[in-house]
Write a protein that binds this ligand. Structure first.
Ligand code: DGL
Length: 274
């Protein structure tokens, strides 16, 4: 019998909790270990080097805790750090362990949502500038055109609990308009940032009629479920006692307070000193 441990779920802060929630739903009973690097969030406006360095440090901590598999439940980290960690670091530091992101599983299905073959991507500046969605979607849906819009103000608005304010509305209008100015026939829009599901209800009314707004939580969770089915050698290393633990690099009091909004349930986190 192999030694079993929880699946690690990493995010720059709170946003990954929207993904964790869906993983918990679709993989009930699996132990999960969530880590938010709140002390150094947001990642969205940071350079490639910095996001890579921070993400690697957190991933090492999760693997050090025994996780056989880590999900980067953060678009920015998936865009800027995943490939290098997968290809360069993992084979040397943790051979046999696995790491997956959120962009590829989303890119694998997103084209199915658009009849016009025109997809809009709303994300952080880092995710948009990396061009990761364009590159990945092109592999699976080469006939689909991808239009991207960076929305740098949205994460701070959400984190500061100002997302339902009048001022926030201005920035929802602004970025949604800027996306549709690129092409008015976009008929599917992806929320390519783990924070954005919180404002889905505020964005929906701003979209032209018939446009689908897509959150990626359930897409990522479904893809993880399929992955574990296809990889029984990884699945058998995942522990299953229904335990979910939360760790943050910053204040546990702040984490526990904010998390309820993202996760929908009360959380009791522990502090990590990296
Ligand atoms: N979790 C990040 C993402 O999905 C958003 C927050 C941040 O910028 O750190 O891109």
């Amino acid at each position: 019998m192999p030694i079993t441990s929880p699946i690690g779920v990493f995010d720059s802060g709170y946003g990954g909790l929207t993904i964790l929630k869906e993983i918990e739903k679709q993989l009930p009973g699996y132990d999960l270990l969530y880590m938010g690097d709140n002390a150094r969030a947001p990642y969205g406006t940071r350079s490639f080097e910095t996001v890579y360095e921070y993400t690697l440090e957190c991933v090492k901590w999760l693997f050090g805790k025994g996780c056989p598999l880590v999900i980067l439940a953060c678009n920015t980290a998936s865009a800027k750090a995943l490939r290098t960690i997968q290809q360069k670091d993992l084979p040397i530091l943790f051979p046999g362990k696995k790491i997956l992101g959120v962009i590829r599983p989303t890119a694998e299905v997103i084209g199915n949502y658009s009849k016009e073959h025109k997809i809009g991507i709303l994300g952080t500046t880092g995710t948009v500038n990396s061009q990761s969605y364009k590159l990945e979607i092109d592999k699976f849906f080469p006939e689909t055109k991808v239009f991207q819009q960076a929305c740098p103000i949205w994460v701070p608005l959400i984190e500061n609990n100002e997302y339902e304010s009048e001022g926030a509305q201005y920035f929802y209008d602004k970025y949604v308009k800027e996306l549709f100015w690129q092409d008015k026939n976009i008929d599917a829009v992806l929320l390519a940032c783990t924070h954005y599901p919180l404002i889905e209800h505020l964005l929906k009314p701003l979209l032209p009629q018939g446009v689908q707004l897509i959150s990626q939580g359930n897409i990522v969770a479904k893809s993880l479920k399929d992955y574990l089915k296809r990889h029984p050698e990884v699945d058998e290393k995942c522990s299953r006692q229904g335990l979910i633990d939360f760790f943050t690099t910053d204040s546990t009091t702040d984490f526990d307070q904010h998390s309820t909004i993202f996760y929908g349930k009360e959380v009791q986190s522990k502090h990590v000193q990296l």
